[in-house]
Design a binder for this molecule. Sequence first.
Ligand code: GLN
Length: 204
Amino acid sequence: MHVGVIAVQGDVSEHAAAIRRVADARGVDTEITTIREAGLVDDCDVLLLPGGESTTISRLLADEGIDEEIHAHVEAGKPILATCAGLIVAARNPQDERVQSLDILDITVDRNAFGRQKDSFEAPLDIDGLDEPFPAVFIRAPLVESVSEGVDVLADWGGSPVAVRQGPIVATSFHPELTEDSRLHELALFDGQPATAETPEVSQ
Ligand code: GLN
């Protein structure tokens, strides 16, 4: 499996480490490519769009021509996990003209709403598809104001969606890569991908 981590800006190495943990646990042979230029997305089975600063990330994606490649990736139905600033960049309506939206996720967001209301915080979150609560780390997190039909809310906090799914895209307003818990990466990127079972030892 080939995983691309968009690396124009933001927390890249933590996502790569989370993917490596899932891949090792599942025994899936996985190559991870960090992407700062056009020409690499096409080879990737799944993509990560990390957090950071959304106006910068979106501008660099457009400057480098990576934005068009992400559109093609989504049109091919291949998974993406977008986190925090990644969710903002993906959103159809980021409500800030400095964000050059990818327009791949039919939601409206308020970029820094959580951050203005509260400083960064961690909360145990019930997420659809996970058995136990997930330790969600929020850092200047965006508030999802509304979601369109076709967008499933996987988790909410304080009455607002904080994890959503639309087709192959899963997006979170928190940072799943900042804990040792890799279940969200597994849910978003590896579900549906074959887990290679260890070849059982044959005793003579
Ligand atoms: N609110 C930030 C932005 O608009 C994102 C914060 C984050 O990714 N931790 O870019």
